[in-house]
Design a protein. Sequence first.
Length: 254
Amino acid sequence: MLHVMNFPVLVFVLSFGILWLSLWGGGALRRRWPMADTARDDFGVILTASLTLLGLIIGFSFSMAVSRYDQRKAYEEEEANAIGTEYVRADLLPLADADHVRALLKSYLEQRISFYQTRSPNERERINERIALLQTDLWSAVSGPAKVRPTPTMALVVSGMNDVLNSQGYTQASWWNRIPVAAWILMTEIAVGCGVLIGYGARSFVAERKLLLILPLMVSMAFFLIADIDSPRGGVIRVNPKNLLALESTLHTR
């Protein structure tokens, strides 16, 4: 189900179809077991409570999606700061080692930007492989001189490289941090239940079918927006690596 959440448009289509079917199901139940007039007040209370619960669940899910989106943006900024700081600290290395580290950092920065911008799973795998190799080379480039000259200055360079490597791990963890599948299932079940109740309470499903489209449409749009924000790659709303791009422009200028 998590794979489906990577395609917000598909989420919209599926949720709209499921909710529309739930309305039809509620109408079929009403025709088979008509509601007594004495029970309509109690039914109104149940329907109101169900819709309120659905609104709360959608609101909480939207808040979860936004917080995860903000976290991904924060880690992109942190990653750019870590790379830029280590690029400056490379001046503390011997000249040959400093040039080597700067060249590796520029290549690493290009791969990190590609990581944010690509949507192809195959290309993403190749990017991750290149990033892993560059991380190994980067660590070797600073750990070697640090072993030869174990000074506080070299420790500062090693610490900066450690921040660069850690920031990539934090970024990847934030991209894996999605809304739990259980939350999607619960939200769908409550939405379907509300659809059945509305269909059951409609006095004439055929005459009111255009009006009854409002709930499936609005809930489906809410599901689409939540899935779009929660999906790091599949949605329209994505984290733009503007800090990494600005850093790349600065390094090329230097």
